[in-house]
Design a protein around this ligand. Structure first.
Ligand code: NOJ
Length: 529
């Protein structure tokens, strides 16, 4: 059992559901809340402690739910508020907490706040968004660009000013200097917490405050990373402003005000050296912050180890890392990290589940589901639609969950799901569930081991020396995790104990030592003798 002082999520495993692609209960080709409810027993069997739902709130879907038109209502294609309440209750009966996605940086252009804001310069909600006059030559107010490409400012004819949007023009940014905006989000936060939500994943939480003087961003230089150079500027004034921490601290006070404090998970696409700042003093900002350097690293022992150890070094005392390999934006790790090589998929999954921190799985990770090629005519992500063939967008990581190899993949009874299905024979839940050697069985067994051994799940990270291509670390003084991330057979001297988990299921229970031999891309957890 987790000691009382530790919050539930510290030793637990979280699971991201992309509702549109999880399970469709009403045959319209789109996943929904009743579909999630139908699979709660599966999630309980898998052993996850919490599910984070990508947005299920009302949206015209310019960016598939991340353009919210009502923060306190469920989108009809997903169901009703009653369905949502039922989900929270039934998940709770299975000891699964439900976390929402909250999108505080922007709204939809259809949100009543923005509809009012753009109606006149003197409207009640005008100052809730970022409006500015154009430059003298009619150009936008400054040089900020959108992270989705193109100018960050759109001219609004009705009132003759520009509004700013860090994403699509359909996603105007809110003005977080305005106290009414802060109060409005407190109310949204309470609305869901009072319905039993266990916390929030906070969308792009590092960018919500912009420079009050709207200063120009400085140009990119050759020393900058690829993305910064591509945008031609450093996002100094439209992201990562120091004042964002006041807002996160405010949310943390709200979260801590509940009997069971609510968990705040930040989407924090920031350089690793500043990631620690988003945890504040370690107990007054985010509970977990997503680590994009880890997601983007190659599956290489040296590179991964370096990022993990730098993370360990930059986090303030008391802070707890989050580890994730896939999500609805960054594609699926079985393809990105593992090139769809089944051995690499297993060892990568073991890595995510055994580091010090909370693993956040993305639906399909547990069956080793890889990216799916989506043809141009089937693309739904606005970025793919806009930039194909230079960029195909994010649909390859958003295709429906593969429940079985029957019609509709067990996802839908509709003739056409909203995105095409992947290769059902390669990975599906039904066939892996009955196979003790499958990725799914491995994943479930590791989760079960973590649950049975909270001392393992909560133990510290202790670097160990290992031959090149291998990464070995202690978890506390009892366990050693050995990841052979190379194509060679590699040995680790001196280690002796019992194999409690192995990517090669046949080695489970093996007594090893002194010295352990590992096959290419094999991973093990050894309990020391
Ligand atoms: C991050 C979300 O994960 C992504 O899907 C979305 O497009 C942007 N934020 C804008 O909300």
């Amino acid at each position: 059992m987790t000691p009382a002082a530790d919050p539930w999520w510290k030793g637990g495993v979280l699971y991201q559901i992309y509702p549109r692609s999880f399970a469709d209960s009403d045959a319209d080709g789109v996943g929904d809340l009743p579909g999630i409810i139908e699979h709660l027993d599966y999630l309980a069997w898998l052993g996850v402690d919490g599910i984070w739902l990508s947005p299920v709130t009302v949206s015209p879907n310019a960016d598939w739910g991340y353009d919210v038109a009502d923060f306190c209502a469920i989108a009809p294609e997903f169901g009703t508020l009653a369905d949502f309440d039922r989900l929270v209750a039934l998940a709770g009966e299975r000891s699964i907490r439900v976390l929402m996605d909250i999108v505080p940086n922007h709204t939809s252009i259809e949100h009543p706040w923005f509809v009012d804001a753009r109606s006149s310069r003197t409207s009640d909600h005008r100052d809730w968004y970022l409006w500015a006059d154009g430059a003298a030559d009619g150009d936008p107010p400054n040089n900020w660009v959108s992270s989705f490409g193109g100018p960050g400012w759109t001219f609004d004819e009705t009132t003759g000013q520009y509004y700013f949007h860090n994403h699509l023009a359909e996603q105007p940014d809110l003005n977080w200097w305005n106290d009414e905006v802060r109060d409005a989000f407190d109310a949204v936060f309470r609305f869901w917490c009072d319905r039993g939500v266990a916390g929030f994943r906070i969308d792009v939480c590092n960018i919500i405050i912009k420079d009050a003087e709207l200063r120009d961003n400085p140009p990119a230089t050759e020393e900058d990373d690829f993305e910064t150079q591509m945008f031609g500027q450093r996002s100094v004034y439209n992201a990562n402003r120091p004042e964002v921490h006041d807002v996160i601290r405010r949310w943390r006070r709200l979260a801590d005000g509940y009997d069971e404090p609510r968990l705040l998970i930040g989407e924090t696409p920031v350089p690793l050296d500043v990631l620690g700042e988003y945890y504040g003093a370690g107990n007054d900002e985010l509970g977990l912050a997503f680590n994009f350097d880890f997601i983007g690293a190659p599956l290489d022992a040296g590179a991964m180890r370096e990022i993990v150890e730098r993370t360990e070094a930059v986090l303030p005392p008391g802070a707890w890392p989050a580890w994730t390999g896939s999500n609805h934006d960054m594609f699926r790790f079985p393809t990105r990290w593992a090139g769809d090589d089944p051995r690499k998929v297993r060892v990568a999954l073991l890595m995510v589940l055994t580091l010090r921190g909370t693993p956040v799985l993305y639906q399909g990770d547990e069956i080793g589901m890889g990216n799916v090629t989506v043809e141009r005519d089937d693309l739904r992500d606005p970025l793919g639609v806009r930039f194909f063939p230079y960029y195909e967008g994010r649909d390859a990581g958003r295709t429906p969950m593969q429940w079985c190899d029957g019609p509709g993949g067990g996802f839908t009874d509709a003739e056409r799901p909203w995105l095409p299905l992947g290769d059902l024979a390669t990975a599906n839940v039904a066939s892996q569930r009955s196979d003790p050697d499958s990725v799914l069985s491995l994943c479930r067994d590791v989760i079960a081991y973590r649950r049975r051994h909270p001392r393992f799940a909560l133990a510290d990270y202790r670097p160990l020396s290992a031959p090149e291509g291998m990464w070995a670390f202690g978890r506390g003084d009892r366990h050693v995790v050995v990841l052979n991330l190379s194509a060679d057979t590699l040995a680790l001297d001196r280690l002796a104990g019992n194999v409690v988990v192995c990517t090669d299921r046949a080695r489970h229970g093996e007594v090893v030592g002194p010295g352990l031999e590992t096959a290419p891309f094999e991973g093990l957890v050894v309990e020391r003798a």
